[in-house]
Design a binder for this molecule. Structure first.
Ligand code: 4AD
Ligand code: MG
Length: 480
């Protein structure tokens, strides 16, 4: 007798005489109807127990949360709400779930807040919302690898422990095996990292970009997709201390090519889930529609989740220079009425998320690519423009998310890069290998980083980044 997943049974074209299906009981009602889920789909399969011929003890053990194995027949359903159901011939309890204990957890079938679900993150994928989000997360990962593989990119693994701070923002987590109580000291009384495990100061990577550049300058088109770590103390709904980043890097590609790549890539992965995950998207769309009903009219979304995804796939991203964006912001209503927390007065101001969201949600109402930023608000490695004031940087802003992608054309000229590093006090010895790329066959090259969780947020409509990664790491929180 064959084992089937719930997804297989529900999409089966033919009725099957004998099936085995294993899963967890979502609900058991009237001593007769089990709603069974095994994670293969958002939908449950109804399993009908012949309670008159099932022993009392077994019946008592069928409860929410229990793991069961069911043998039965796949038949047309008599009731409403499902086409097929399983007529149970034999049920085995694989793992009990004490109903008294269950009632204290989020397994209890009722509405729980997202905060509550976060506290029981090890159980939350037993709920519809989280199973849908995590299936979409998996599907998006696959779509990302597929896109790059189909387009001639090589997948490379960049180191997680590094000695560099690629973004130069000083927000790294130190990696050390020194005894914090009693570290070795040098003559000046400072911690002597030459005695540390790697013989120097090391940290968790903030980005694989610098190493990816070395591979782009030999393999041509590469990408990384791995965990990155930032010790930013920002407790927002869009920041994690550990997040996953996708970073393509391409030789002989300029900033315009980089924008084309990023746009095509984002559209492709979102199309993939529209095609392959319709049930999960429909569930999450409905969830948002229900949520909207409790909001005042003005705060409700104009588009449903699937409409938003289609909109991104079907429309061109708006490309706007930083300078144009500043003009728009300076003359905007919230700026004139002093509604922004940070008012935009002059060229050179760093854009805050309130400004990004104004541009993308209120002004353009579509994804926006901002480019050619002032050099002094961006990282050291970006290609200086001929105006010597701006760099060939780009950020992609998405509605409801703000910045989702950050990228640039890289400075390929050795002398200019050295000057830039000197100005920022980045020692050449630390990045000698990075400088070597500019000595041996340097060339124009570009790349970008996409924050994976921000993409999953957009794709699922979840509004807190903690709800799109299995076990979020944020300031003061590393549970599980
Ligand atoms: O803009 P960022 O800092 O760019 C880089 O790291 C470049 N080295 C990328 C490159 O050119 N290869 O980060 C890229 C993206 C951001 O746009 C954002 O989506 C995401 O990473 N990101 C975060 N996501 C979650 N939590 C955080 N703390 C994040 N910081 C950045
Ligand atoms: Mg950025």
């Amino acid at each position: 007798m064959k084992s089937y997943t719930v997804a297989e049974l529900l999409s089966s074209e033919t009725l099957v005489q004998e099936v085995i299906v294993k899963g967890w009981v979502r609900t058991f009602r009237a001593n007769r109807f089990i709603a069974l889920n095994d994670g293969s789909t958002i939908h449950n399969i109804q399993c009908v127990v012949d309670f008159e011929n099932t022993n009392e003890d077994t019946l008592n053990r069928i409860g929410t949360g229990a793991a069961v194995s069911i043998k039965g027949e796949l038949v047309e359903s008599q009731g409403k709400g499902q086409k097929v159901e399983v007529q149970v011939n034999e049920i085995t309890i694989l793992g009990d779930a004490d109903q008294e204990e269950v009632s204290k957890t989020i397994l209890q079938p009722k509405r729980h807040t997202l905060e509550k679900l976060r506290e029981q993150a090890h159980l939350r994928t037993r709920t519809n919302t989280f199973s849908a989000v995590m299936r979409l997360r998996s599907s998006l990962s696959f779509a990302i690898h597929k896109y790059f593989n189909d387009n001639g990119f090589y997948y490379m693994h960049t180191p997680i422990i590094t000695a560099s701070d690629a973004e130069g923002a000083g927000e790294t987590f130190r990696v050390t095996t020194l005894d914090p109580q009693n570290p070795p000291l040098d003559e000046e009384g400072n911690v002597d990292y030459s005695k540390d495990f790697f013989g120097k100061e090391t940290n968790l990577t903030v980005s694989g970009q610098l190493e990816a550049e070395t591979y782009a300058m030999s393999l041509g088109k590469v990408y990384t997709f791995g965990p990155t770590f930032r010790a930013e103390n920002s407790n927002t709904s869009r920041h994690l201390s550990e997040f996953w980043m996708i970073e393509p890097e391409v030789a002989f590609m300029d900033l315009a090519g980089n924008m084309d790549l990023a746009e095509d890539f984002m559209k492709s992965v979102l199309s993939y889930i529209l095609e392959h995950n319709p049930d999960d998207l429909a569930f999450l769309e409905d969830r948002l529609i229900q949520e909207d009903k409790s909001k005042p009219q003005a705060e409700r979304s104009e588009m449903t989740l699937i409409e938003k995804l289609r909109f991104v796939v079907d429309n061109n991203f708006k490309r706007v220079s930083y300078t144009e964006a500043i003009d728009i912001l300076r003359n905007s209503k919230p700026n004139k009425k002093k509604k922004f927390k940070y008012l935009i007065n002059e060229w050179g101001a760093d854009l805050q998320s309130e400004h990004e969201r104004f541009l993308v949600e209120k002004h353009f109402k579509c994804p926006v690519i901002l480019f050619d930023y002032p050099a002094n608000i961006k990282a050291f490695y970006m290609r200086l423009n001929e105006d010597e004031k701006t760099v060939r940087a780009m950020d992609i802003l998405f509605p409801g998310i703000g910045e989702i992608v950050g990228g640039s054309q890289r400075e390929e000229r050795l002398d200019v890069l050295k000057e830039k590093m000197a100005a920022l006090n980045i020692p050449e010895e630390e990045l000698w290998w990075y400088l070597d790329l500019r000595k041996y066959g340097t060339a124009v090259h570009s790349g970008f980083g996409l924050g994976f969780e921000r993409l999953v947020m957009f794709a699922t409509g979840m509004s807190n980044i903690r709800d799109v990664i299995p076990y979020p790491r944020t300031p003061l929180n590393a549970e599980f």
